[in-house]
Design a binder for this molecule. Structure first.
Ligand code: PRT
Ligand code: ZN
Length: 226
C-alpha cells in the first residue's frame, strides 16, 4: 500500500501507550478506518486521509521535515527531538494545534529512597540515567547546574542499583515503577500529555479545509469530555 500526497497524512504511534487513545480520537473525529495488524498505513474509507503507524520517536521528525501533515505524540518526545534537532541545525519547526488530554505523565528526577535530597543543584556533576538528556539539560542549565549523561532508552530505573548512575530522570505516572526499584521521586522537571501537531509549511486549500473541519470536531470532542 502506498500513500498519495493529496491525502492528509496523520502519524500515530503504532503500538504503545498512545495507540489506543489516538485511534479512538480519530474515530471520534469521524475518520473511518480499519487497522490491519501489521500494516504501516490505513486509508480512511470516508475522507481523503491516510493514517501512518510508526514508533512514537519518529513522529516529530516526520512532521518537522514536512513528510507528514499531522502527528499525535507525547510532548516529552516532541520537545526532546526539537532540542536535539536545533542543536544539530536540522529543521525543528512545527505547529502545536491542541493538547489532547491523554498520555499524561511527568518527567521526574528520582534517587535511591534511602538517600537525602537537598535540591536539583546538589546533583551537580552527578551521573543521571535518562532517555531525555536535552529536557534534563535545559532544566538543570536554568538552575546553573550540569550533569553527566547516562543515556538509556529503556530500563532507566535499574541504573542506580546497577551502579551505572547516581540518579535517574524518567517518566512517571503512578510511581509504581520507581517504588518497585527502590527509588523516590524528588522533583518534577516536565509535565507532558499527548498533543496534536502539524507541519510548519502551509497546506494547500483542500487540506487546510479538512484540517479546519477536524479541528472543529476536536473542540467538540474535548469539551464533551470536560
Ligand atoms: O515503540 P515506541 O517507541 O513507539 O514506544 P515507547 O516504548 O517509546 O513509548 P511508550 O508507548 O511506553 O510511551 C509513549 C508515550 O506515552 C510516552 O512518550 C509518554 O508521552 C506517554 N506516557 C504516559 C508514558 C507513561 N505515561 C509512562 N508511565 N510513557 C512511559 N511510561 C513508563 C515510564 O517510562 C516508566 O517505565 O511507565 C513507567 C512508569 O509508570 P508508573 O505508572 O509505574 O509510574
Ligand atoms: Zn519510543
Amino acid at each position: 500500500m502506498t500513500t498519495d500526497k493529496t491525502r492528509l497524512r496523520i502519524a500515530i504511534q503504532k503500538s504503545g501507550r498512545l495507540s489506543r487513545d489516538s485511534e479512538k480520537l480519530l474515530s471520534q473525529l469521524g475518520v473511518k478506518f480499519v487497522m490491519r495488524d501489521n500494516r504501516l498505513i490505513a486509508h480512511a474509507e470516508n475522507l481523503p486521509i491516510d493514517i501512518l503507524r510508526v514508533r512514537d520517536d519518529d513522529i516529530p521528525a516526520l512532521v518537522m521535515d514536512g513528510i507528514i501533515d499531522l502527528g499525535i505524540v507525547g510532548q516529552n518526545v516532541l520537545e526532546e527531538v526539537e532540542l536535539e534537532r536545533q542543536a544539530d541545525a536540522m529543521p525543528a519547526r512545527y505547529r502545536e494545534l491542541k493538547a489532547l488530554g491523554f498520555g499524561k505523565c511527568r518527567l521526574s528526577l528520582a534517587i535511591p529512597e534511602d538517600e537525602e535530597f537537598a535540591s536539583a543543584e546538589a546533583l551537580d556533576g552527578k551521573i543521571i540515567a535518562t532517555s531525555y538528556p536535552r529536557l534534563l539539560g535545559r532544566y538543570l542549565a536554568a538552575k546553573g547546574t550540569s550533569f553527566k549523561n547516562c543515556q538509556l532508552n529503556g530500563s532507566v530505573e535499574v541504573a542506580p542499583r546497577a551502579g551505572l548512575a547516581d540518579a535517574i530522570c524518567d517518566l512517571v505516572s503512578t510511581g509504581a515503577t520507581l517504588e518497585a526499584n527502590g527509588l523516590k521521586e524528588v522533583e518534577v522537571i516536565y509535565r507532558s500529555q499527548a498533543t496534536l501537531i502539524a507541519r510548519e509549511q502551509a497546506f494547500e486549500p483542500a487540506k487546510q479545509q479538512l484540517i479546519d473541519t477536524l479541528m472543529t470536531r476536536l473542540q467538540g470532542v474535548l469539551s464533551a469530555r470536560e
